[in-house]
Design a protein around this ligand. Structure first.
Ligand code: PLP
Length: 405
């Protein structure tokens, strides 16, 4: 039986930032997660012990770097249960992955009037590329609003449906499997893109079970380095897509007359990749895989509930989204009717409490709620109930300072 790590206050020892910042209450893991020592070590090891380029050198450290880079790809494939490792493309992050799809789909795939559908809940990274693509190909950009079901928007003409797995503002876990099934009933030829940026840190992902065509996530949100992320796509689509960038390593043959491209996944990985990033991402996935995903979710929900209890007592506070603690991760966004989100975040910051304030790259959603900004707390496996209490205390202090209540 696999030995699983337990979640508790001792976990903070795995994260050196807590030794360097002993007073830190980090409630912004949705923006980026903290890094365990094991991930930091994997980066140092690469730079100190075998810092060579991949696929080029015949000497041992280059071969080692190449092996580690390709092992990292296999680790990612196993993590999302992809059967074909060549369908895993390393990119900079979710943003690049989504843009890659939008840029690389051949224009001939689209007919005027084809629909591209996303939802009002999306992060801009899963909204703007589709809005732009629709403009360029003469398609119709359609958005599923908060009060709408998929069925009301998706039609036989919908070519692409791009949805988040977990909302970065509401923390809601979408019932994606059912949604994808329904979309395919409406149009069996629809292409389904999943933004799993907020799902990958907390949920066990299975691309086959979901039956999506593309899935993207960022390494840094699951405790890996910044600047590395993943695009997984079905071979049939990746094969028909144009390369995203041209240059070294993505070619097969180059002559003055023409260029042919390398097979998957290299066709989409032009130039020197983020080698250390890929190795660090694999280290993060291995670390994360040492936990039971249901225990991670349980922990996040426990902290979500504890902060919900504090906030719901406060008549000046409005929580965004559902009060249901099930079907969610540890993300809680709210606004204070008498303190601007940025002012509140600043006062909390003075107490070393890190939260996010603003629209969280989800302006259409904030517009739907008729607000400009909210405060977002996000909990991950290293947070503790003590962190929630410190947040509650600091919130009270802020209201006292500003003579509210
Ligand atoms: N999608 C969602 C749901 C996100 O939360 C984020 C980042 O917060 C992104 C996409 C973009 O990720 P990145 O900035 O790592 O490219």
């Amino acid at each position: 039986m696999k030995y699983l790590k337990t979640i508790g206050p001792d976990l903070k020892h795995d994260f050196p930032i807590f030794q360097n910042q002993p007073d830190l209450v980090y409630l912004d893991s949705t923006a980026t997660a903290l890094k365990p020592q094991i991930v930091i070590d994997s980066l140092t090891e690469y730079y100190q012990e075998y810092s060579a380029n991949v696929f080029r050198g015949l000497y041992p450290i280059s071969e080692l770097a190449t092996n580690k880079y390709e092992q990292a790809r296999q680790t990612v494939a196993d993590f999302i249960k992809a059967k074909d490792v060549a369908e895993v493309i390393f990119v900079r992050g979710t943003t690049e992955a989504l843009n890659l799809i939008a840029y690389s789909l051949p224009r001939a795939v689209f007919k005027p009037g084809d629909e591209i559908v996303t939802s009002v809940v999306e992060h801009h990274a899963n909204f703007v590329p589709w809005q732009r693509l629709a403009l360029v190909v003469g398609g119709r950009f359609k958005v599923v609003n908060l009060d709408q079901d998929l069925d009301q928007v998706v039609t036989k003409k919908t070519k692409i449906l791009a949805l988040n797995y977990v909302s970065n503002v509401l923390g809601t876990i979408n019932p994606l499997k059912q949604m994808i099934k329904r979309a395919r009933q409406i149009n069996p030829k629809i292409m389904i893109v999943v933004d799993a940026a907020q799902a990958a840190p907390s949920l066990s992902i299975d691309v086959n079970d979901l039956d999506c065509d593309f899935l993207c996530f960022s390494g840094h949100k699951l405790m890996g380095p910044t600047g590395i992320g993943v695009l997984w796509g079905k071979r049939q689509y990746l094969e028909m897509m144009n390369p995203f960038q041209y240059g070294g390593d993505m070619i097969d043959q180059v002559s003055i007359e023409r260029t042919t491209f390398a097979p998957l996944p290299h066709k989409f990985e032009a130039g020197t990749p983020h080698i250390a990033g890929a190795i660090g991402l694999a280290a993060a996935i291995n670390y994360l895989s040492g936990f039971d995903f249901s225990a991670i979710l349980k922990h996040e929900r426990h902290l979500w509930q504890a902060s919900y209890e504090i906030l719901k007592e406060n008549p000046n506070i409005k929580i965004l989204g559902s009060a249901n603690w099930q079907n969610r991760t540890g993300i809680l966004a709210f606004y204070h009717t008498k303190i601007h989100a940025h002012d509140l975040a600043q006062i909390l910051a003075n107490d070393q409490i890190c939260v996010r304030a603003g629209h969280h790259c989800a302006m259409p959603l904030h517009t739907a709620f008729k607000i400009g900004a909210s405060v977002r707390l996000s909990f991950y496996l290293y947070n503790t109930i003590e962190d929630v209490k410190r947040f509650g205390k600091s919130l009270k202090k802020a209201e006292k300072l500003l003579k509210i209540r």
